[in-house]
Design a protein. Structure first.
Length: 485
């Protein structure tokens, strides 16, 4: 009999524990306590809730985590800053501990830095010599990091060693590549998806496989609410990532110079061909209906997430990983996920993967850089990446990780993740998202304008689009003045 890998054994133990948590919640966890937990979790993650992208992203830093061994001995210490908490930190810490036990030369110290907003702010404010050797952060920060003199493109090490990354999904590689240079090693992938209440849809007679467009989603939502299976039909988490996903789907760029991939971004072009108006009008038309739950400026992402997890909301468009990692908070239904709906049959692009990666920081220390590269190679092993994906709910970054023993076992327990993998495979590399230094501002500008068009009758979809373009163009101009290309 074939011996199971250590990563398979670790993941099976974790999955069993998570399954027990779900069962216990369904069998009698207090609604008051669970509601409080959900509110606290969502509040801590509200800013990071991108459907990420993925989104989206991190939970309470005070959650119980796997401890990291501290004795370095004579080994070279490699520092990693990360934004992973909850299950993400537990998985990453386990990987770090196993690497440290296997390496005679290097010792990795992983340090949680808060949400990606907090982590990125600290990174920008820290002198170069005090930065970590490896930095894990979301793809939205790629433009700033690329423009800085802080990073060593991971492509340099791949080429010098002939390291095999052929198993990396081409669309994921394209996401982190500019002018044939892969800047960081992808770690986590999330896709835009529809998370749904399986029992509510089944009881209402909805076939989830029939949901292809937003119109289909809305028809299913009405059916569920009319059947009394949920208070609200559907909603969306509305930060910049979701909107840019639908821009990628339209086939039109959000910014000039090929979304910043063939030159510095100088302006927002999301509505040059009317794509943004179409997207905003479509969401406004359907989410304004009384059986849905529009993301107004007075309704936070945490409110929408809680409504879904407690069963009030039947379907939620957002990051696949954002909801999957909170599955243990669901009390009264079974979670399902399908690919996000398209706006209409005329779209010519595709959705883009979101997520985060690990960057090598150039501090002028060749020995530490070599140690950082050794750890990144360790991360890239199929069973290690498969374990990480199974533990955290992220989608694997490579075919090898997807087919690993540990992730294959996870797929058998969570078969709906195969739909998300198929969605990833169907992403076209030429339609990945934008790269520019002020993406952080774009996200917040979009979220505010998108929410206002639902809560202010005098502020329609075209007004929202116009405001976004005006405000982000001003931000881009200021960034470019400070960071000439």
């Amino acid at each position: 009999m074939k011996k199971k890998s250590k990563w398979f054994q670790k993941a099976v133990a974790v999955i069993c524990i998570l399954s027990m948590m779900v069962s216990l919640a369904a069998c009698g966890a207090s609604g008051e306590n669970t509601g409080g937990d959900l509110e606290e979790t969502a509040k801590q993650d509200e800013e990071a809730a991108s459907q990420e992208t993925d989104t989206e992203e991190e939970a309470d830093s005070g959650e119980e985590e796997a401890s990291q061994e501290k004795s370095t001995g004579d080994k070279v210490e490699i520092t990693v800053w990360h934004m992973l908490s909850g299950v993400g930190e537990e998985a990453f810490t386990q990987i770090v501990n196993d690497f440290n036990a296997s390496s005679d030369k290097y010792y990795v110290v992983s340090e949680f830095q808060g949400s990606w907003y907090d982590s990125f702010a600290k990174f920008k404010a820290t002198p170069k010599e005090s930065l970590p050797d490896i930095y894990q952060i979301v793809v939205e920060c790629m433009g700033y990091l690329k423009d800085s003199d802080y990073v060593i493109p991971i492509q340099d090490y791949i080429d010098s060693e002939g390291f095999d990354v052929s198993g990396m999904q081409e669309n994921i590689r394209s996401l982190y590549t500019i002018e044939d240079t892969l800047y960081c090693m992808p770690l986590s992938v999330t896709m835009l998806s529809v998370s749904y209440n399986k029992e509510a849809l089944e009881n209402a007679g909805v076939d989830v496989n029939s949901i292809k467009t937003i119109a289909d989603l809305d028809a299913a939502a009405k059916k569920v609410v009319d059947a009394g299976e949920a208070k609200y039909g559907w909603s969306i988490l509305s930060d910049g990532w979701q909107v840019e996903e639908y821009m990628c789907l339209s086939g039109d760029p959000t910014f000039d110079n090929n979304n910043g991939r063939s030159g510095q971004v100088t302006r927002c072009v999301m509505n040059d061909n009317g794509a943004a108006d179409t997207i905003f009008n479509t969401f406004h038309e359907y989410l304004s209906k009384d059986y849905n739950y529009p993301p107004t400026t007075t309704i936070a992402s945490s409110d929408i997430t809680t409504a879904f997890l407690t069963g009030d909301l039947a379907m939620l468009v957002g990051s696949s990983q954002w909801i999957l990692k909170q599955e243990s908070s669901i009390e009264n239904f079974t979670l399902g996920q399908i690919a996000a709906p398209i706006t209409n049959e005329e779209v010519k692009g595709s959705f883009s993967p979101g997520g985060n990666g690990v960057w090598m920081i150039d501090k002028g220390d060749a020995e530490k850089q070599e140690g950082a590269w050794e750890f990144i190679k360790y991360l890239w092993q199929d069973e290690v990446m498969g374990y990480y994906a199974a533990y955290t709910g992220y989608t694997p970054v490579s075919t090898g990780a997807y087919n690993s023993e540990v992730y294959t076992d996870f797929r058998e327990k969570k078969p709906f993740v195969e739909a998300i993998w198929k969605e990833l495979e169907e992403c076209k590399p030429e339609y990945v998202g934008a790269v520019f230094g002020s993406y952080y501002d774009f996200r917040n500008i979009v979220m505010d304008a998108f929410g206002q068009m639902f809560g202010d009758e005098s502020f329609g979809p075209e007004d929202a689009v116009e405001r976004i373009i005006t405000q982000i163009d001003e931000t881009i101009e200021l960034y470019n003045e400070a960071n000439p290309g």
